[in-house]
Design a protein around this ligand. Structure first.
Ligand code: ADP
Ligand code: ASP
Ligand code: MG
Length: 418
């Protein structure tokens, strides 16, 4: 039997009516001759509520219990989806992660897949069941406890099942009808892409585009899964939505193909750090050990020798997720108290956002950075930190200008027109 993976995100299963709508799409594929693996998210807002309950109960929570609580939203929708399909006359069975079992690492709240044995589900298909409904976002660790895969993790569950079961395609049904040049909620000039290259989607996702979890794109790229994003609220067929695929499948491409943003950023500066070999290691090793996720790093040696600082000093600036500022501060203060580093002051700026432009055409084009900086300058937006890689340029700016920056860059790189 040909097999499809169909994933429905939170808004697509937000209530019983929407679950029925999603089940209708599954039924249609079954009628066309497919066995279907359905991956469901929790009802929209549910996971946030569960996270809130955990944080209120225990601010420095035990990650195993966080996973026990936060994974539960998906259990409800998996059972309801299976029941809905049964009511429609489609033989379906639901599975929680541990029942499959979806084996993961023990990194609670950020676990990765180890393997997904097929036997149990294959056996059910062989018995005549047409649909296996899987609770997304969760698995079971080597210690036998429930794990979760990080926010947005159901996308990754879907791609992992598509790879494990050799699915013809992995369809991600969501509340927009495809992947756009930027978040269509930020500008109505955003244009839907017919196709996007794995590398570009990977960058966009890791730079904040929530439409797909980064890890899901990584897996799809590695296992050559045909990954598609499409609307759960519209009539859809084989040509709907946006296909994420190899770069050579794409005929037309611009230098920049997408603009991404992330609101949840903060900038930390250590003022007047000693400029000596080993100083970066002394700063970033303890941050890494404490699980602080450092993104951009800028070190700028002060050319001036301050009177009270013989020898040269440097300021060290780096960005971290906004909810890790206090942890980073604590780690730095401990390193200073232990005499591993010295700095005058730690300044945390929690009013920043990151805006990035992405395009594989950047590998060979020149002047992209200049064009980006010109567009921001024309809007009077000050750039605080810059980071570049082969196919992206990111800037940190004041958060209140984030939407304006996205719009300006979308215009500057001509993304509106096909
Ligand atoms: P789901 O609950 O279905 O997983 P998400 O909220 O995680 O849905 O992802 C879909 C959202 O991603 C859209 O509503 C949109 O606001 C946002 N988004 C961000 N960047 C993009 C983009 N480039 N193209 C499409 N959607 C995007
Ligand atoms: N429900 C989880 C979340 O909100 C996983 C997902 O929807 O992909 O992050
Ligand atoms: Mg999502």
């Amino acid at each position: 039997m040909p097999l499809l993976v169909m994933k429905f995100g939170g808004t697509s299963v937000a209530d019983l009516e929407r679950i029925r709508n999603a089940a209708g799409k599954v039924q249609r594929e079954v009628e066309r001759g497919y066995d279907v693996i359905v991956i469901v998210s929790a009802m929209s807002g549910k996971t946030n509520e569960l996270v809130g309950w955990v944080e209120q109960t225990s601010p420095l929570f035990d990650a195993r219990e966080y996973d026990a609580v936060v994974s539960s939203g998906e259990n409800v929708t998996a059972g309801l989806m299976s029941l809905t399909l049964q009511e429609m006359g489609v033989p379906a069975r639901s599975w929680q992660g541990w029942q499959v079992p979806i084996n993961t690492t023990d990194a609670h709240s950020a676990a990765r897949f180890v393997d997904i044995p097929r036997d149990n589900i294959d056996r059910k298909f062989a018995e005549g069941f047409k649909v296996a409904v899987i609770a997304g976002f969760q698995g079971i660790g080597p210690d036998g406890r429930i794990t979760t895969l990080g926010r947005g993790g159901s996308d990754t569950t879907a791609v992992a099942f598509a790879a494990a079961f050799g699915a013809e395609r992995c369809d991600i049904y969501t509340d927009v009808d495809g992947i756009y040049t930027t978040d269509p909620r930020i500008t109505n000039k955003a244009r839907k892409l017919e196709k996007i290259a794995f590398e570009e989607m990977l960058e966009l996702a890791s730079l904040g585009a929530k439409v797909l979890q980064t890890r899901s794109v990584e897996l799809a790229m590695r296992y050559k899964v045909r990954l598609r994003v499409l609307s759960s609220f519209e009539e859809t067929d084989e040509n709907s939505g946006t296909l994420v695929c190899d770069e050579d499948e794409i005929m037309e491409s611009k230098v920049v193909n997408g603009v991404a943003y992330s609101r949840e950023e903060a900038k930390i500066t250590l003022v007047t750090v000693e400029d000596r070999p080993g100083i970066s290691a002394a700063i970033f090793a303890p941050l890494a050990d404490a699980g602080v996720n450092v993104d951009m790093i800028v070190q700028n040696i002060s050319e001036k020798d301050y009177d009270d600082h013989p020898g040269s000093v440097t300021d060290m600036t780096f960005s971290v997720p906004i909810n890790q500022v206090e942890r980073a501060r604590k780690v730095m203060e401990e390193a200073r108290a232990a005499g591993h580093i010295a700095y005058e002051e730690l300044i945390a700026d929690t009013e920043v956002a990151k805006v990035s432009v992405v395009g594989i055409g950047m590998r060979s084009a020149t002047g992209v950075a200049a064009r980006m900086f010109r567009a921001l300058a024309d809007e009077n937006i000050n750039i605080k930190v810059i980071a570049t890689s082969e196919i992206k340029i990111s800037v940190l700016i004041e958060r209140k200008y984030m939407e304006l920056a996205v719009q300006a860059l979308h215009d500057a790189f001509g993304l509106e027109a096909a």
